[in-house]
Ligand binder design. Structure first.
Ligand code: 3H9
Length: 698
């Protein structure tokens, strides 16, 4: 029919094969090819039934998200699905891989569904800020009722073919050759004279109208506070499925989809989807020859080292864990054991899997035992002299060509690499705590890092199920540089009149799970204190400095672990209350600087924190520390709790308008010129009518 849909008749069955690598997304050419093929099958007198299948790794994984937000070329997906459903001959879909979103909806347009046992079905649209727009909200409830339909649409999580069959979404599971079985099934339908079975005419899901409506009411209450519109529209559409005629329900779904598609939330979520995938594409991959990483050494069995060891063990990679002495090693191995115990207790893995993973772990106190490993991740105390000593030892024992990764958060990797004989093998792997849970991995490329070492890091990250982002060497890399700017903006407001609780509440309202001072109390105030002390020698005394955090640390108030930080914690409690003494310290600091406190609205708090983050992001781009704005967004989304539906600080600035953000930055310059002066990139983009997203490179 066209390059993406082929048509072939076998034994009276028209076989329509979708072929649009990599995931058979339903772009214009696939939709039009499919529609044409369906029309042809209808008109072809030799055809008695139809089989829709896909070539390659999967049945369509959804609409082509790259077409979203642009005028959609006809035929639209719901037209294609409707035409499949109203065909006068029985239509069978044979599903393998992941039938997601529009792909699942195509299968629902067919009259019968066969699935490979390994197939998965899902409606992940909500994760992109939209809802199923190819009839999914109307057809799925007809088959399974409101509860399971809303589970699929509101969670966005796929279900197994087995589960889909249990629910009645799939007719037959296939273990063998799916295409051959599909052909036999389609031919049998024709031979038996079975008529088409349009999903729109089915009513099984409406068998208990009261239960259906009760489910709608319960879910409506649950999604009432959603920051994006899509979940509420999903509930409305599923309610309409039972109450309205089919065509009216479809029209309602269409209108709801259009409303959501162009919302800021949906744009931000689409951005996040592509940004994550783009971040994995770095220049070093071009022509790289990957180094083999079959065994890994981890030096340091503290919280970070053990978390990293678990990440590697989970990927099936044997790990040699090194500590200075037996006691430390035993504590480390116990920590790893405890992580796996919890996973077993929570039912995430079974005991056999735990045993297998623990079986890949070797503990030692001898650095020499790392002589054969392919890569070492050093996770010792964050102190230059300690790291240098470990590096010197590793340089002695590691085999030539082995990779030496340091898990530092701040330190100068160029300087560290220069202390050993093989700087080309040195790279930074900045994991986030807890390493076995947080998805982000900053891969820090030093001046002499060999491109093969960088490329190997990205390949390894995929194996470790991490989201890698390339960063250059600077104090704090991408994430902690942005975090420092965020905190400084917050600290300025603290000094000028806001309280920690007001700032935290404003940032939670924006969508962060916790505010900046809550994070400080959780992480420990001493970490950022150490950084400030380290930078003290080079700090320009003319720059505005807020010493409130230092005063708390000097009193030994280091956050939750000491029961006191920016907030006060009752013994054993993780919920802080406002601490009058902290407010007093802040008031004293203001008085000492002659500041008369003023009020800050939540909007101003948000604008200042976000403006500071985006401005620091612009500096990181100018310095070449970050390759592209979307990489900065990925770091903040996956490592710092930035709300995904806001897209990250650079996307948020785009959505708010660069002119608006820049003029706000300018209006604050007099308060701290070194901090608030917009990076030159703002003017350059604005003058050319461009956005940060125009620098993402696709
Ligand atoms: C929808 O269907 C709406 C309808 O109801 C109504 C419409 C009116 N579009 O992730 P991978 C690209 S909404 C365009 O690395 P994996 C992806 O960018 C859609 N491109 O592979 C990447 O490109 P590149 C509902 C897409 O094996 C390449 O394919 N569907 C799409 O790790 C490989 O992807 C979804 O939300 C797409 N829909 O995972 C499913 N999907 O190589 C979204 C992928 O240039 N997709 N690409 O970087 C996924 O969840 C995963 O991609 C999947 C494969 C699980 C399928």
């Amino acid at each position: 029919m066209n390059d993406h849909v082929t048509y072939e008749v076998q034994d009276g069955v028209a076989v329509l094969t979708i072929s649009h690598p990599p995931v058979n997304a339903l772009s214009f050419s696939v939709r039009s090819g499919l529609l044409e093929a369906v029309e042809r099958a209808d008109a072809d007198p030799t055809v008695r039934s139809v089989l829709i299948r896909a070539a390659g790794r999967t049945f369509p994984a959804g609409a082509d998200v790259r077409e979203f937000g642009k005028p959609r070329a006809k035929p639209i997906l719901s037209t294609v699905v409707a035409r499949i459903e109203t065909l006068s001959k029985p239509v069978v879909a044979a599903v393998h891989g992941t039938a997601l979103g529009g792909g699942f909806e195509i299968a629902l347009g067919a009259h019968y569904r066969l699935a490979a046992r390994s197939a998965r079905f899902g409606l992940p649209e909500v994760g992109l800020g939209v809802l199923p727009g190819g009839g999914g909200t109307q057809r799925v409830p007809r088959l399974v009722g409101a509860g399971p339909a809303l589970d699929l649409m509101l969670s966005g999580k796929p279900i197994s073919a087995e589960k889909a069959r249990e629910l009645g979404l799939v007719d037959v599971l296939v273990d063998g050759d799916l295409e051959a079985e599909g052909l036999v099934f389609a031919r049998n339908l024709a031979e038996k004279g079975d008529p088409p079975r349009p999903t729109r005419d089915r009513r099984e899901g409406f068998a208990d109208p009261a239960a259906y409506q009760a489910e709608i009411t319960a879910r409506r209450a649950k999604v009432a506070g959603s920051p994006i519109e899509a979940p509420r529209k999903i509930v409305d559409c599923v309610e309409a499925a039972m109450l309205l005629p089919f065509e009216a329900g479809i029209a309602m779904e269409r209108a709801a989809f259009d409303d959501c598609e162009n919302s800021d939330g949906a744009r931000a979520l689409r951005h996040a989807f592509f940004a994550e995938r783009r971040a994995a594409k770095v220049p070093e991959l071009e022509g790289a020859s990957l180094r083999e990483v079959n065994t890994i050494g981890v030096v340091g069995a503290g919280t970070m080292g053990t978390g990293i060891a678990v990440v590697c063990l989970d990927a099936g990679i044997p790990v040699t864990l090194v500590e200075r002495d037996d006691a430390g090693l035993i504590r480390g191995v116990e920590r790893i054991d405890a992580i796996y115990e919890r996973s077993v207790a929570k039912g995430r893995i079974d005991a056999a899997t735990r045993d297998a993973r623990m079986g890949l772990l070797t503990g030692t106190t001898r650095m020499e035992d790392l002589d054969a490993v392919d890569l070492v991740i050093e996770a010792v105390f964050e102190e230059v002299s300690v790291k240098e000593a470990v590096f010197a030892q590793l340089d002695q024992v590691m085999k030539p060509g082995a990779i030496l990764a340091t898990n530092t958060s701040y330190l100068d990797i160029n300087a560290l690499a220069a202390t050993i004989s093989r700087p080309q093998d040195v790279v930074g792997y900045h994991f986030f705590s807890p390493a076995n849970i947080m998805k982000l991995l900053e891969i820090v490329v030093a001046d002499k890092t060999d491109p093969d070492v960088v490329a190997t890091g990205f390949a390894l990250a995929r194996k470790l199920r991490k989201v890698p982002v390339r960063a250059g060497v600077t104090d704090g890399f991408i994430g902690n540089r942005i975090l420092a700017a965020y905190r400084l903006a917050a600290d300025f407001m603290l000094e000028d009149g806001a309280t920690p609780a007001q700032i935290d509440a404003a940032m939670r309202d924006y969508g962060f799970p916790v505010g900046p001072y809550q994070v400080l109390d959780i992480a420990g105030l001493d970490i950022s204190w150490a950084r400030r002390k380290r930078l003290a020698a080079t700090r320009n005394p003319a720059h505005r400095y807020v010493a409130i955090g230092d005063h708390l640390c000097e009193r030994g108030w280091l956050g939750q672990k000491t029961g006191r930080g920016y907030y006060l914690y009752e013994a054993g409690s993780r919920v802080g209350t406002e601490d009058p003494e902290v407010l007093e310290i802040i008031a004293k600091e203001r008085a000492a600087k002659g500041i008369s406190p003023r009020d800050f609205s939540a909007e101003e708090i948000q604008a200042r924190c976000l403006g500071a983050m985006a401005n620091e992001g612009a500096r990181l781009l100018e310095e070449g520390v970050a390759l592209r704005p979307s990489d900065i967004d990925v770091v903040l989304l996956f490592g710092y709790g930035f709300p995904r539906w806001r897209g990250g600080p650079m996307m948020a600035a785009d959505l708010r308008g660069l002119v608006t953000v820049e003029s706000e930055l300018k209006s604050w310059i007099k308060e701290a010129p070194e901090f608030w002066t917009p990076a030159p990139l703002w003017d350059e983009l604005i003058k050319n009518g461009r956005h940060f997203s125009d620098l993402n490179g696709d």
